[in-house]
Ligand binder design. Structure first.
Ligand SMILES: Nc1ncnc2c1ncn2[C@@H]1O[C@H](COP(=O)(O)OP(=O)(O)OP(=O)(O)O)[C@@H](O)[C@H]1O
Ligand SMILES: [Mg+2]
Length: 253
């Protein structure tokens, strides 16, 4: 029996006026699969992500979630379908506390309809220890986000995604601007997405990062899919070699 992909794009193109950012893209993400998306600046990676998150509509082509065709995907609809995005500069509310950021827009209420602040703080504390791996004693549920390091902010965004049952987690250059230590933690988060049985798309210019956390790499070049590899079938050196070749010739052959 054929696998039903968690997400599939068939022959998707996207133009902005004269610019063809994506051309005839076929792409899929399996159940519990982590896929790396790589390619030079302007290859179309972020555009592809914005189509999957419902931010842009494709000019042509079709999209399927769990084998069901979805037309007119919007940002709220994508979220309903389990898509959550993590950027380095994610829209966390910097002035708000950690617990408010975790539950923003999805607050826990008491049976009288009031905000259950105690419960939300308890849950935040639990998540901090169990999922975010926060070790800094300076961080409490009441800490304002603006004091967090880039890596800690990433942790908050990812925990939100996991807690609210997103199961397609998209990370578009999440390691940009992170310290070595924070980067290691971020990569560990991506591995934990896999362990939690969910799927992810991971974009990073550092091929070493990509190679170390994904199951499969899809190479984009000037809006087209230039090729793909299972990470188990290709060494880091071979992958780098192929990336150079794509950049030079536009082809993997
Ligand atoms: N809203 C837009 N209007 C016009 N052109 C756009 C728009 N968004 C993206 N593009 C163009 O589409 C192409 C692909 O851009 P995209 O941001 O997807 O690349 P990328 O692979 O994410 O690059 P980077 O690695 O630099 O982030 C680029 O040529 C870009 O200028
Ligand atoms: Mg981009």
């Amino acid at each position: 029996m054929d696998e039903v992909y968690r997400l599939e794009l068939r022959n998707v193109s996207k133009s902005f006026g004269e610019v063809n950012s994506l051309r005839d893209i076929s792409f899929h993400l399996g159940q519990n699969e982590v896929v790396g998306l790589v390619g030079d600046n302007g290859a179309g990676k972020s555009t592809l992500i914005k189509i999957i998150t419902g931010y842009h509509q494709p000019s042509e082509g079709e999209m399927y979630f769990d084998g069901v065709k979805v037309d007119d995907l919007s940002v709220p609809k994508a979220r309903e379908l389990g898509v959550e995005t993590v950027y380095q500069e994610r829209a966390l509310a910097e002035l708000q506390t950690l617990w408010r950021n975790i539950f923003m827009g999805r607050e826990i209420r008491t049976r009288f309809g009031l905000l259950d602040v105690k419960k939300m703080k308890q849950e935040t504390f639990r998540l901090m220890n169990e999922s975010m791996g926060f070790t800094s004693t300076a961080v409490t549920p009441d800490s304002p986000i603006r004091r967090f390091s880039g890596g800690e902010k990433q942790g908050v965004a990812i925990v939100r995604a996991l807690y609210f049952d997103a199961d397609i987690i998209i990370l578009d250059e999440p390691t940009m601007g992170l310290s070595l230590h924070e980067t290691r933690k971020l990569l560990e988060f991506v591995r934990s997405i896999k362990r939690a049985g969910k799927s992810a798309i991971f974009i990073d210019h550092n091929i070493l990062h990509v190679h170390s956390v994904v199951d499969r790499v899809v190479v984009l070049d000037r809006g087209r899919v230039a090729g793909e590899f299972r990470t188990g079938d290709i060494s880091l050196d071979e992958l780098m070699e192929k990336m150079y070749r794509v950049a030079e010739t536009g082809s993997l052959d």
